[in-house]
Design a protein around this ligand. Structure first.
Ligand code: ZN
Length: 297
């Protein structure tokens, strides 16, 4: 059963027992926003019941940060007024394969879902950075965040100082680079600029604990960049990656070793394709936390 991980008068974060996956529910004066409802039927049902209890006639918006199956698994349990995702996610040609991953999971664990398993029908397609959507007095800003997947995005809820980041900046998993390390680094480098334009303090990752201060999410950003540069260094120099310190930092090595090895293989392919270079005389530096408000626009 999911637990409530964080709550304030407007924000509730439900966390699934599986992979510590977060579902964020936001209530403003004008709407209820549900981001990535997941995982097990009872968990999704509890979120749905909670949403019904706080709605009181408000519009219901669903946001999907990306198309990984664990993030869209609860879609069919909600009847939303509007669904938000990137254009790439809306048009993802792998939709059937993603639904099959849900069916495989449900078959494996003998799970019946009392709602249809469907791929989200997207009404509002985010195709560029900084797209805004206003509903009465609530304003949302969307940013493309490729790297983990090609179709990832982040959403900022204005007035609440809240960024919902999808599968970035987790405190329990290192970057899982399914798409591109180059794009992943670009997305991480963009975050202080997103902050300067929208001003958020709290950031909720797809898995793990919310970062409740600017210092916390900046530290996670530095850790993520350091991990990616360490993989690149290992690939470019042929020196083995220091997995010992990786597993001192992250607690689920039996699962995460597969993600780490997939990262190494992807970054190796990128290196062979010349998508990034490694110059021993000009090594990348992991940024000190940027003085916010002073980043280039
Ligand atoms: Zn995920």
């Amino acid at each position: 059963m999911s637990k409530i991980l964080y709550r304030d008068p407007q924000i509730t974060v439900f966390q699934s027992a599986i992979y510590q996956t977060n579902t964020t529910v936001v209530r403003t004066d004008d709407l209820v926003l549900v981001v990535d409802p997941a995982w097990l039927p009872d968990e999704v049902y509890a979120i749905r019941q909670y949403v019904d209890s706080i709605r009181e006639g408000r519009a219901l918006f669903l946001v999907f940060t990306h198309s990984d199956f664990d993030h869209i698994i609860g879609y069919g349990a909600f009847k939303a007024d509007k669904v938000f995702a990137t254009e790439l996610m809306a048009e993802n040609p792998a939709q059937n394969a993603i639904l099959e991953q849900i069916n495989d999971f449900d078959q494996q664990y003998y799970i019946h879902r009392p709602y249809p398993v469907e791929y989200p029908m997207v009404d509002f397609k985010v195709y560029r950075d900084g797209v805004q959507y206003r509903h009465e007095s609530t304003k949302l800003s969307f940013y493309l965040a490729p790297g983990h997947t090609a179709d990832s995005m982040m959403v900022v809820v204005w007035h609440l100082g809240l960024c919902i980041a999808g599968d970035y900046l987790s405190n329990i998993e290192f970057p899982i680079i399914q798409h591109s390390s180059v794009e992943y680094v670009n997305t991480l480098e963009k975050l202080p600029r997103i902050h300067d334009r929208n001003w958020f303090t709290r950031l909720i990752p797809g898995h793990g604990d919310p970062a409740l201060t600017i210092t916390d999410w900046l530290r996670r950003r530095t850790e993520s960049l350091a991990y990616i540069y360490a993989i690149r260094e290992s690939v470019a120099t042929g020196r083995p990656f220091d997995t010992h310190s990786l597993w001192e930092r992250y607690c689920f090595p039996r699962q995460q070793i597969k993600d780490h090895e997939a990262n190494l293989a992807l970054v190796q392919r990128e290196y062979e394709q010349g998508l990034w270079t490694w110059d021993p005389d000009n090594l990348p530096t992991v940024p000190e936390p940027v003085p916010l408000g002073e980043t280039s626009q």
